[in-house]
Write a protein that binds this ligand. Structure first.
Ligand code: MG
Length: 250
């Protein structure tokens, strides 16, 4: 009798599970011809060039998409031979447009004349939403703390590998960033970031711990859903070129 009850119980449990599974509703059937096809996007002629749906933030000619962070005046970095370069006292610059989640492509080169060491060599940074820094640094034969070298999430997470090229050589960052979501003054969903440095995975869906600070644990402070992207003037003549972005829907 007892074994019959157990068997009945198991049967009922399996039946309940099957009923639950049957309740799952899919918007589209498998191989559903009514399912909308992904939008056609023409890739750039070379992989590093902007695809047809990208917003170009710097195409080699001018800094019209950027402004000085301090004061909001025109960006004063040097534009030369298809790149921009940090100039002395130029200050941090940021995009005029605000962005949240995005795919960002940016190329950079550290100075050919190697000066300084550690954090003082070719330092700049790409700040998603102006707050979350992907470190730019000459990390070619240049020792520093791991969470501050090139492609680190500054102060949080070293890159998986050091794939830094020699000074003056152009390097690429391809960044996939999902913005944090805040609710009632607290973080509800932290930001995540994936980065390819020179085509190599260096950050694999890292959950960002908060706003980057120097020598202080990162923490979140609620902010707008979209904010400008910032490039850092750390006093080194670091260069950038070919900057484009594709905003992502979350
Ligand atoms: Mg930096």
């Amino acid at each position: 009798m007892k074994s019959l009850m157990v068997r009945t119980g198991v049967f009922l449990a399996v039946f309940a599970l099957a009923a639950c599974a049957a309740e799952k509703v899919y918007q589209w059937g498998v191989h559903d011809m009514n399912r909308p096809r992904p939008k056609v996007v023409t890739p750039g002629a070379e992989d590093r060039l902007p695809p047809s749906d990208a917003i170009v933030l710097f195409d080699g000619t001018d800094l019209s998409a950027w402004q000085r962070v301090q004061g909001g005046t025109d960006a004063r970095w040097k534009v030369e031979n298809g790149y921009i370069e940090v100039v002395r006292n130029g200050g941090d610059i940021q995009t005029r447009q605000a962005f949240g989640s995005c795919q960002l492509h940016i190329e950079w080169a550290t100075p050919e004349v190697v000066r300084g060491e550690g954090q003082g060599r070719g330092n700049s940074g790409v700040f998603l939403m102006g707050l979350y820094e992907v470190q730019v640094l000459d990390s070619y034969n240049n020792d520093t703390y791991a969470d501050g070298q090139a492609a680190a999430i500054y102060g949080q997470k070293p890159p998986l590998v050091n794939v830094c090229r020699e000074p003056a050589q152009w390097q690429t960052y391809d960044i996939i960033f999902h913005a944090p979501v805040f609710k009632d003054g607290a973080v509800e969903k932290p930001a995540t970031i994936t980065i390819l440095h020179n085509g190599v995975l260096v950050q694999d869906h890292w959950v960002i711990e908060g706003t980057a600070f120097h020598q202080r644990r990162a923490e979140y402070e609620p902010h707008a859903a979209k904010l400008p992207i910032k490039l850092q003037d750390h006093g080194n003549p670091t260069r950038f070129r070919n900057i484009w972005i594709r905003p992502l829907e979350d």
